[in-house]
Design a protein around this ligand. Structure first.
Ligand code: NOJ
Length: 565
């Protein structure tokens, strides 16, 4: 079976903040089209577009009101077709974001569904009466105790019919009822329509949430939590594999050259093996979340310092778990995560070196790497001064809920500064002109003021930049089979500062050494004899070729890759 995507690097575009072609302050398709040469010079193979469909933009486009069109803010279907052709002309592919756990409440399906209890589309969503013995609208009368991922209850009362609908995300994102075969067929037919237009696959939003336990039982209420934990009732639910296999048969089978990646919060290695085993025909790879939760405390908003050993343990487990069957995706960043250089690196003195180190470590794992716009520049978290600087619904709802329950607003703000999704959503920094060259208008969210020093134009001109380091890593994947196919062996698993591993393929072996700290790190390189005198193929410091490799002192945030044969 041809699996071209193992040799590929995917670049995620979050259109609102990538490039604005018409000066309205919001990124668009014209902007993307004007930057394709940049992407092709970076060397990426696949572009993933976050949602560009018509949407009330309650959740920045992840609330879709028409699956088969383009939001006028972003452009038109004609512009989309032209963009797709231009991407293909440059030898790249393009995948769409598929958001089918929920629609917008303004989608015609939901408008029908809410119209009356006997509407033929009523059953396309999850409608339930008030809890037994209670009146709709009374406090606590929701059908169960689930909380929404965006704060508040997961149920919204529809006054008109007196019933509640389920929304795991915002109240403007009602969950589709995948139990209903008509829903599934409508989605498959929409997917075929995009493939027939020429797109090369899908990134599937929270796709492991689509099968729910139809009893919708109350969840366990953890200490300090306002709502029940519903995850056991919708993560990797009872019919999830059946649904994905059906989707594969109905949409993907028999088409060549596609790539599918399922976003799967809460997925375990064991489940991921099932999802990505090619013989089961579900998806090519999944986005797991364990490594982006290693610095979380009790909740998503509770951050604690990274312990490198935890990160190695998680990623090492995923490498081992999918070594024989299935395939990993590799990512640090996306539009939901804070910027990795601020999170796991050092966005001050060692920004450039730590950004290169993070790139090196990630891209040399076994799996398909994803780059999120601006990551290749080492873009950082933003200096949000007050709650008014945020735009993300999850951040704003959390602030309102936490403050209303008596949490100190400054403490909530401090947590948002570290973990808010808006850190990833500030405009792409193209150059040092006003608004970082992102727009000639007023940007919808403020540009990070550090754009004068951190921008694409400056980095392209500097051969030693983060950008060129990413370019080299992508090139290495394209030219060195050990990067793609090599087995993964973790070294020094208990070391607190150093991340080290090998990748072996045929007679080639790669050694990756990375000091994840601002202090020098002394290490004994395992089997050092084998590496003495081998070729140093990538580094973020000048290295003396005659250096004794057995007793190494890695400098702050130093990363090296050796190739032995
Ligand atoms: C995951 C997406 O990545 C996120 O941005 C979105 O808010 C939720 N799914 C809901 O669609």
């Amino acid at each position: 079976m041809q699996q071209w995507w193992k040799e590929s690097v995917v670049y995620q575009i979050w259109p609102r903040s990538f490039a604005d072609g018409n000066g309205d302050g919001i990124g668009d398709l014209a902007g993307i089209a004007s930057r394709l040469d940049y992407l092709s010079s970076l060397g990426v193979d696949v572009l993933w577009l976050s949602p560009i469909y018509p949407s009330p933009q309650d959740d920045a486009g992840y609330d879709i009101s028409d699956y088969q069109n383009i939001d006028p803010t972003f452009g038109s279907l004609e512009q989309f077709d032209a963009l797709l052709a231009a991407v293909h002309e440059r030898g790249m592919k393009l995948i769409m974001d598929l958001v089918v756990n929920h629609t917008s409440d303004e989608h015609p399906w939901f408008v029908e569904s809410r119209a009356s209890k006997d509407n033929p589309m009523r059953d396309w969503y999850w409608w339930r009466p008030a809890r037994e013995g209670m009146n709709a609208g009374d406090p606590g009368a929701e059908p169960n105790n689930w909380g929404s991922i965006f704060s508040g209850p997961a149920w919204e009362l529809d006054e008109n019919t007196g019933e509640y609908y389920l929304h795991l995300f915002s109240r403007k994102q009602p969950d589709l009822n995948w139990e209903n075969p008509e829903v599934r067929q409508a989605i498959y037919s929409m997917m075929r329509w995009w493939l027939e237009r020429g797109v090369d696959g899908f990134r599937m939003d929270v796709i492991n949430f689509i099968s729910k336990d139809i009893k919708l039982p109350d969840g366990h209420v953890h200490d300090g939590s306002l709502y029940g934990d519903a995850m056991p009732y919708f993560v990797d639910g009872p019919r999830i594999h059946e649904f994905l296999q059906e989707m594969h048969r109905e949409v993907l089978a028999g088409r060549e050259g596609l790539i599918t990646v399922g976003e799967m919060p809460g997925v375990t290695v064991e489940e991921a093996k099932l999802y990505t085993d090619p013989t089961r025909r579900e998806v090519d790879m999944v986005f797991q979340f364990e490594h982006v939760q290693v610095d979380h405390g009790e909740t998503r908003w509770d951050s604690r310092p990274l312990r490198l050993r935890d990160l190695k343990a998680v990623l090492g487990r995923w490498q081992a778990g999918l070594a024989e069957v299935g395939w990993n995706s590799l990512y640090w960043n996306n539009h939901d995560q804070p910027r990795v250089v601020s999170r796991f690196g050092d966005d001050g003195e060692h920004r450039v070196r730590s950004a290169k180190l993070l790139a090196t470590v990630l891209h040399l794992h076994r799996g398909t790497p994803y780059i999120y716009q601006g990551e290749e520049l080492g873009m950082t978290n933003a200096p949000f001064a007050s709650i008014d600087d945020f735009r993300d619904i999850q951040s704003l709802n959390h602030y309102a809920e936490a403050v209303s329950t008596g949490v100190d607003p400054d403490a909530v703000l401090a947590a948002l500064r570290v973990l808010s999704r808006d850190n990833a959503r500030t405009p792409m920094q193209w150059d040092d002109t006003e608004n970082a060259g992102f727009t000639t208008g007023t940007p919808w969210i403020a540009v990070n003021p550090n754009y004068k020093g951190i921008n694409a134009q400056a980095e392209i001109a500097d051969d030693d930049s983060v950008f060129h380091h990413y370019r080299r890593l992508i090139e290495l994947r394209h030219t060195e089979p050990a990067v793609v196919h090599g087995d993964f062996r973790m070294l020094l698993a208990d070391h607190d500062q150093v991340y080290a591993f090998t990748r072996g393929y045929s007679s080639t072996e790669l050694l990756v050494l990375a000091n994840f700290s601002g202090e020098p790190a002394a290490i004994e390189v395992p089997e050092a004899d084998r590496w003495q005198g081998t070729e140093l193929i990538l580094a973020n410091y000048p290295v003396d070729a005659a250096e004794d490799i057995q007793h190494l002192a890695l400098r702050p945030w130093e990363a090296r890759v050796y190739r032995g044969r």
